[in-house]
Design a protein around this ligand. Structure first.
Ligand code: SIN
Length: 332
């Protein structure tokens, strides 16, 4: 199908004026395909951030960007050893700017992995996912013919905590020859994608987050009650403000948000579905192809991630260290 690239013109192949959807993805040049909820055309609200990122320069590493507003591969820096404070500060800045950063050929031992992650804050211990037995701060995802990969859904990690992690460092130990990519999606762009009406409607809403949606499966009622006492339902604003960048982002994910506080259940489910849609937009995403000893470091507020589970029955072994964050809040 051909569509016009002109903001106001129409052609024989262009949807009629009434089908245009200028508000819905933040760009007057986007058009909706009649009879569907599919919009096509330039995602204009990415331009400012994309240009800002283009102007950045770095002293301590080289940067190869992955996508318009998200993802960058850093090279020329060795994270297995002791890093100078200024290198750590630069990595933290790159993380805030690119939202997820990648390194290649970093044969981290378990100890080096936690030492690196600890330079960015105190590490959490995950109560539900098995750890590397020698290092409790390292969650281990060991998948094989017998153990499926169930991380193929969009999520921020541990939003059921009062203080969800602010970032995570994931190291690939063994990866399949094909498949097993991880995809990251920009939560600032997801917010920018909403039309004014929807954005206005969610301005003061809070979402309720529940560990049991994912981790409650297979638990006895007794176990669930014990864990519920330790991890009660928590509320976080649907729009939160990133404490480093000061930018607002969309903070709703399907894994852990059970409902929107104070809303009728059907309306709440419908709204959550609507708010999760922009994370699926390809223009908001960066996709990372793993090699052994690749490392991804994501900002767990600024992105959601999705680990593709397309490699069964092969083996994929990853370890993750997560850095404790602060309570998500909204600055006005
Ligand atoms: C996760 O969801 O934190 C794991 C990501 C991955 O295994 O790629």
């Amino acid at each position: 199908m051909a569509v016009t690239t002109e903001p106001t013109g129409t052609t024989a192949d262009t949807p009629p004026e009434e089908a245009r959807d200028p508000a819905s993805l933040g760009s007057a040049m986007r058009v909706r395909i009649p009879g569907s909820d599919v919009s096509v055309g330039p995602v204009g609200y990415l331009a400012e951030e994309r240009q800002r990122l283009e102007s950045l320069t770095w002293d301590n590493f080289d940067v190869q960007r992955c996508s318009a507003t998200i993802g960058a591969e850093l090279s020329g820096i060795d994270i297995t050893g002791e890093l100078a404070d200024e290198e750590v500060a630069d990595i933290a800045k790159a993380l805030a700017d690119y939202k997820v950063i990648f390194f290649r050929d970093q044969p981290l031992s378990a100890r080096q992995h936690v030492d690196f992650a600890r330079r960015f804050g105190e590490l959490e211990i995950h109560p539900f996912i098995p750890s590397n037995t020698g290092v409790p701060e390292l969650v281990r995802f060991a998948k094989s013919a017998d153990v499926g990969g169930y991380e193929n859904g969009w999520h921020h990690d541990v939003t059921w905590r009062e203080t969800p992690s602010k970032g995570a460092v994931l190291h690939a130990l063994e990866v399949p020859a094909t498949g097993g990519d991880t995809v990251f999606s920009d939560a600032y762009a997801a917010l920018d994608a909403l039309d004014d009406d929807l954005r206005g409607r969610i301005d003061d809403l809070v979402a309720v987050h529940d560990f049991a949606k994912v981790f409650g499966h297979g638990m006895s009622a007794e176990e669930r009650a014990t864990m519920r006492e330790k991890y009660p339902l928590v509320e976080h604003p649907v729009i939160t403000t990133h404490d480093i960048t000061g930018r607002d982002l969309l903070y709703v994910n399907r894994f852990f948000v059970s409902h929107i506080a104070g809303m009728d259940p059907d309306a709440s489910t419908e709204l959550i579905d609507e708010l999760c849609k922009p994370f699926a937009l390809l223009e908001h995403q960066a996709r990372f192809r793993w090699e052994p000893d690749s490392v991804a470091f994501w900002d767990n507020r600024a992105v959601q991630h999705y680990a593709c589970s397309d490699y069964w029955p092969d083996v994929r072994v990853m370890e993750r260290a997560s850095i404790i964050g602060s309570r998500p809040s909204r600055a006005r």
